[in-house]
Structures are given as structure tokens and as C-alpha cells.
Write a protein that binds this ligand. Sequence first.
Ligand SMILES: Nc1nc2c(ncn2[C@@H]2O[C@H](COP(=O)(O)OP(=O)(O)OP(=O)(O)O)[C@@H](O)[C@H]2O)c(=O)[nH]1
Ligand SMILES: [Mg+2]
Length: 534
Amino acid sequence: MSDFMNDKTDDVTAETEHVTSPQQSDALAQGTSDDPLERVLRRAAGAGASVIRDLSEAQALGSSAHDDLDDGDHGIQMDREDRASLTRVAGLSTELEDVTDVEYRQLRLENVVLIGVYSSARAKSAQESLDEAENSLRELAALAETAGATVLDGVLQRRANPDPATYFGKGKAQELAELVRALGADTVIADDELGPSQRRALEDVVNAKVIDRTTVILDIFSQHAKSREGKAQVELAQLEYLLPRLRGWGESMSRQAGGQVGAAGAGMGSRGPGETKIELDRRRINTRMARLRKQIAGFAPAREAKRANRKRGAVPSVAIAGYTNAGKSSLLNRLTGTQELVQNQLFATLDTAVRHSETQDGRSFTFVDTVGFVRNLPHQLVEAFRSTFEEVGESDVIMHVVDASHPDPEAQIKTVRDVIAEVDAQGIPEVVVFNKADLIDDSRRMLLHGLAPTGVFVSARTGEGLEELRERIDAAIPTPDREVTVVVPYDRGDLVAELHERNRVLELEYDEAGTRVHAFVTPEMFAKLDAFLV
Ligand SMILES: Nc1nc2c(ncn2[C@@H]2O[C@H](COP(=O)(O)OP(=O)(O)OP(=O)(O)O)[C@@H](O)[C@H]2O)c(=O)[nH]1
Ligand SMILES: [Mg+2]
């Protein structure tokens, strides 16, 4: 058996059918038709075949049918509670008017229903929790659209926690199945990351493909990545996401093969084919991941060299960070006259762009446009894009762009600051910029002012506030304009290193007492060197 697997590691589907009995091969073929692994490894377009089966007459549509649905599983009391907890989020539908656009979309895109679970059990009021969940679902709708899907509807259920078995409770999952059928949706997207068995179980109930927020974000990243490094980073993140999920997926296939509910992992006969495939896939994934890691490591020297170059020239950098779609690239274009890609899409920018600029008094610096952030950014992506985010950590100033017209700017700001903290960039001076000021009224300005009193209101569209923004950035960029001579003791090599980073070293020699340095330094550095002045 192992010889066989070693011989052919190229085509999993074909192999699986070889090692399977004729009765099983059918079920397996069906199982692999929307195999996420195949999608990632092969990038085959349009592989998302759905598995909609005919529902029985008893589950016909209409509100009366809905009313009867839960009776089998729950007590009446719980039923009412459950039903009252289900909220439709209005205004999510993104179906288009434009006929040609519709035709275009129908050819390539999936019709999706979004689902989310929220709880009112924590410190927040029920209304607050609901608002937050609705915003999150709206964002998921934007993500789904960006990925190329048409959003048909969105449904939230109030529950203390997502159901460990099927995410939605059993009764609600049945209702969801009805809705999916009524709308002709082929995919359900959950707003939380789903466990492997949760995903499968929910798929079984709703008879449609089920994916989660992470999958959507990974999908967008893979569509948008342009550079070879970006592409490798995304693929690595996708495989990292898939690897721990192979088990549940294999179990489900075994179950299909055995045709017996609850047989997952129970009998040798039913476990066999799934396990074989898992082993095979795991090996392929690990091989591929090792290759990607090597490839990505290969990019590091070039990136380091570029960075080192920038540093050697002692040119300070301003990192443009912020939530995705906040208008970072638009502002960069406005401030430097460049033509970065601007799109009303999430994650339009995936490759860092560095642009040269000058302060009003003629000092050079660079702007670095970065990947946008989003709530629940999959940690696999944070890992894969660590080098990109680290650009933020190594900058001299962070220009934190906030979409002033966003329904929940506070959450946006928090998300961005969380990522900033993750790359140890908290100490870097931050200029908060409320962009899209053309879209907001005065009461909104007041609210935003309360969130960040020193924030600058600008509009990349109208040009409002850009002068003030330039001044604020100029002022935040540290200038090495203080001349010092210091003797830094040898156990403070860190200070000498820092002196080289953002200051201008004129002379350096090694004395008995320590390193004697003559330099122009920034006010910040000056304060640190106070004890060593000569
Ligand atoms: N009304 C208005 N729209 C703006 C403004 N600035 C940007 N936009 C729009 O907001 C959308 C996103 O702009 P981008 O510059 O691509 O945003 P980004 O932050 O670079 O986004 P990602 O790269 O996707 O993270 C585009 O549709 C812009 O036209 C503004 O000041 N006012
Ligand atoms: Mg951008």
C-alpha cells in the first residue's frame, strides 16, 4: 500500500478511486467534487459543485411549514425562545439591477446565505450584541461580495454559544435548510470559524456547501495576491488552515461510504478509505508547505536588503495602516500623486507599496501602504503576512486610517490597534486619520472626536483636511537635529544599534569606557542618551 502511495502522489482523486471498492467510489467521487484541498493545490476555477438533494414534500415552503419545524427536537417552550432569538438582517441582499452584470455573475458566482450566532450573556446589552453581530454580518457580506459571491440573505441566531454539533441549533439549522432551498442558494457562510465536524454536520442538514469567514478571507487573499511572495504566503496560509481540518472531512467521507449514521471512526470497514486519503493528503500538504516555506524564506534576503537600504539612507518611514477599505491607498495617491490600486473592495492592496515623499521643509521620508486589517483576521494569515505587518512595526510613524463612515469605527480602531500591538509597534507615534469625512455629518464628527481627540478629519475624495494631515505627519516624523557626543558603556550595545537606526552618526570610536559617538539625534533618542553625554 505504501509503495503504491509513493508511486503516484500527483492525483489524489484518481488514487482514491483505485483503493476503493466500486460501491464506495461513487460516494467518494461526490465527496471530492468540492474538495477544498484540490481547489487550493490546483487552483481549478469553478470547482464549487454543490450537493443539493431534493427535500421531501413535508418540508415545503411557507410560514406554516416553518412553524411546525422544530417540534421533533425541542420542547415547545424552548422552541418559542429559540424562534424569538432568530433575527433577519435587513438590507444585506446584493443582487444587482444591471442585467449584463447579473448574467456575468450567474455564470461564475455563487449565491450565498450568511449566518451568525450572537449572545447577550456577556456584559453587553442584548441590543448592543445584536448591533455588533449585524455589523459583523454586513462586513461578511462585503467580504463575500469581494470574493465574487452574490449575497441573498443573512440570518442571526441568539444563543449563548454556537452549537458544537451544527453551529446553529438543530431546529434553526432545519429552518436554514428551508431558506437555502427557497432562495436557491448554493452556499452558506458562517461568520465564525467552524470546526471540521461542525461544518460537515451543518452541510448535511442544509444540503448546501458550508464555509466560514476564514475561508472567504483566504479566498480573497488568494485572488488578490499579485507578487510571487504574496501568492506563496497565501497558499501557505490556506494549507495551514486545511491541515487540521482533514480529519473531520475524512470521517465524513467514511460515513458516506459506510452509509451508516454515527459510523464515523467506528468500524474498520468504514474508516479505511478516509484514513488512507487523509494520510495521503497530509503528506502532500506537508511536502507542499515545506516547499512554500523554503520559497518564502528565499524572498527574505531581497526584502531585508531593501529595508536595510531605506534605513541606511536614514530616511524615516510612515506606515499607512488601517482597516481594509478605509481609503489607505486613496490617501497615499492623494498625498504623493501616485496611482495605487483603489477599489471598493476589501483587501485591494496585498503587496506593500513604498512611495517617496518630502516634508514641507524638504526632509525625505517614505510612505508604506500596507495590507488592510479586518476583524477576526485568520491567524494563519497574520502569520503568513508577518513580514508585511512588521513593516508597520519598523516604521517611524503610523498613519492610522479610519473609515469615518463605517457603522462601528470603535471596533475598527480596536482591531487595528490589536494588530499593531501584535507586531510590537505600540511605542511608535500614531496619527489617527478619519477619512471619508465627505460622507459624515456633525454629530458623527463629535462621536469620532470622542474616540480619538487628536484625529484629523480628511477626505481623499474632496481633498478636505489634507494640508492639516501633511503638517501632522511632518511634525510626527522624528528629525535628527540635536548634536551630541556620548560615551555609551559596552553593556548598552542596544543604544548604539538604535543610534544607527534612526539617527545620523558622524563619528564612532571605541574608548576604554565604552563606545564614543558623535551624532545628530532625534529628540526621543536624545532623552535616552541623557546619562551618557560628555
Ligand atoms: N466618499 C469617499 N470615498 C472614499 C474616500 N477615500 C476612499 N474612498 C473609497 O473607498 C474605497 C476604498 O478605498 P481604498 O483606497 O482602496 O482603500 P484601502 O484602505 O486601500 O483598502 P484595501 O487596500 O482594500 O485595504 C474606494 O471605493 C474609494 O473610492 C473618501 O474620502 N470619501
Ligand atoms: Mg489599498
